[in-house]
Design a protein around this ligand. Structure first.
Ligand SMILES: Nc1ncnc2c1ncn2[C@@H]1O[C@H](COP(=O)(O)OP(=O)(O)OP(=O)(O)O)[C@@H](O)[C@H]1O
Length: 411
């Protein structure tokens, strides 16, 4: 068990960890998440004993770390650091054997016990084929595997990993975290700094969110990762949903818009252009309403994930009166109306009538992705384009910010 109590660490004037407390039960996989520079590496270095804190205590299974001595601490905690320094000329086996140093006297040769631990570590990470290779000739991912093997050869009850998946491809990310989860199932206690929140939520038993020098939340992934907390800690707008395959929490980060545009926008349209338009508008802090749109459409699904108020319509049927009234109110109430896919929208007579005199209007479409529309709809779409600010999806926030009512619409 790891007990961190009131730990503070400063570098010069900068306080990186400020009175941080955290307990990790034995046999737990704890994911340390938080923005760049939050202090995750510093926290791991403090727990490993490499960086004595300025204040507070760290205890491993009840023993104070600063009273253990470095060799005894190295028999309790192994570290897989973020940047693996390349030891030129050493073989992978030499590197893994270095994990045995805490178990030997200073000038003691390696024992049969050491050899067994090294063999087992290679077997555990399925990397026997790398043992004779030179470490400086391995790929980043292979080197990472060897570094994990070195930590396993250390045979410690606690393992700390600093961004273990950072340099790995998607298969190796999952393989590495599967391995770590197996080690935890076998009784190891693991703390890992992980940037990928979806992977962290999928594999970790618990998460600790570190931001502004303190742990702002700990607990089950779904209780720690909330939209509001991610907005506060990462300054990110996110969509959270349960992954249908893994059933764990998936986190999608919306594109951050440089400037907030605090205008109310009503978005009419359908399909992926409309969905991506919505993503950008929500990312820019506009107050958006959506519709009418049929359930199951990409726009409707995105609106539901983003918690955006949506007017629904029956698919493949003319707009009924209540839906039309709701749409008229939303369109009249918004500062700007955005139309995504004007060719499709203009094909709907009643919808087109709602939009025809509306100003200001932003018309969003992707060149090369224009929906072929029947002749009449195409000429109406052209009139919408002429009346409004025409833009592609990437430019929509700027266009909404610029859009001003046409003078004739004020008459
Ligand atoms: N040895 C050091 N001397 C001075 N400042 C340091 C030192 N180590 C870390 N810092 C500073 O402490 C802060 C936290 O760094 P740390 O590496 O712990 O963050 P992190 O959460 O691991 O970041 P990242 O996600 O980018 O890896 C940063 O502002 C960093 O510049």
């Amino acid at each position: 068990m790891i007990d961190v109590d009131g730990v503070s660490v400063s570098f010069g004037d900068a306080t990186v960890l400020d009175d941080v407390s955290l307990s990790v039960e034995r046999g737990t996989f704890l994911g340390l998440v938080g923005p760049n520079g939050a202090g995750k590496t510093t926290f791991l270095r403090a727990v490993s004993g490499a960086l004595p804190p300025d204040a507070g205590t760290i205890a491993l299974d009840g023993d104070l770390l600063d009273e253990l001595g470095s060799k005894a601490a190295s028999r309790r905690v192994a570290v897989v650091p973020q940047d693996t320094a390349v030891s030129f000329g050493f073989t992978a086996r030499d590197v893994v054997a270095m994990g045995r140093t805490p178990h030997r006297g200073r000038f003691e040769p390696s024992s049969r016990e050491d050899s067994r631990a090294v063999d087992e570590a290679f077997a555990r990470v399925d990397a026997e084929h790398l043992a004779a290779r030179r470490i400086d000739e391995l790929s980043g991912g292979e080197r990472q595997t060897v570094t994990i093997a070195r930590a396993l050869a250390q045979e410690t009850p606690i393992l700390l990993l600093d961004e273990p998946t950072a340099s790995l491809d998607i298969n190796h990310q999952v393989e590495t975290l599967e391995l770590v989860a197996d080690l935890v199932a076998d009784g190891k206690t693991v703390v890992a700094a992980i940037h990928d929140l979806s992977l962290a939520a999928r594999y970790c038993d618990e998460l600790a969110l570190l931001a502004d020098g303190d742990i702002v939340a700990t607990g089950l992934p779904e209780s720690v990762l909330t939209r509001d907390r991610l907005a506060d800690s990462f300054d990110a707008r996110t969509v959270l949903r349960r992954d249908p395959v893994t059933e764990s929490l998936g986190v999608t980060t919306l594109a951050r818009q440089p400037d907030a545009v605090e205008r109310s926008v009503h978005l009419v349209g359908s399909g992926s252009v409309a969905a991506r338009t919505l993503e950008r508008l929500v990312g820019a802090d506009t107050t958006v309403t959506v519709g009418p749109v049929a359930p199951g459409d990409a726009l409707a699904e995105t609106a539901s994930l983003l918690g955006v108020e949506t007017i629904e319509r029956y698919p493949h049927e003319p707009l009924d009166d209540p839906t039309l009234t709701a749409a008229r109110e939303a369109i009249d109430g918004a500062a700007v109306v955005a139309v995504a896919n004007p060719g499709l929208v203009a094909g709907d007579d009643r919808l087109y009538e709602l939009l025809a005199g509306r100003s200001p209007l932003v018309v969003v479409e992707e060149t090369g992705d224009r929906q072929p529309a029947p002749e009449r709809a195409e000429s109406r779409a052209e009139s919408l384009r002429l009346r409004g600010e025409a833009t592609d999806v990437r430019g929509v926030v700027d266009a909404v910010g610029r859009a001003r009512p046409l003078v004739e619409a004020d008459d």
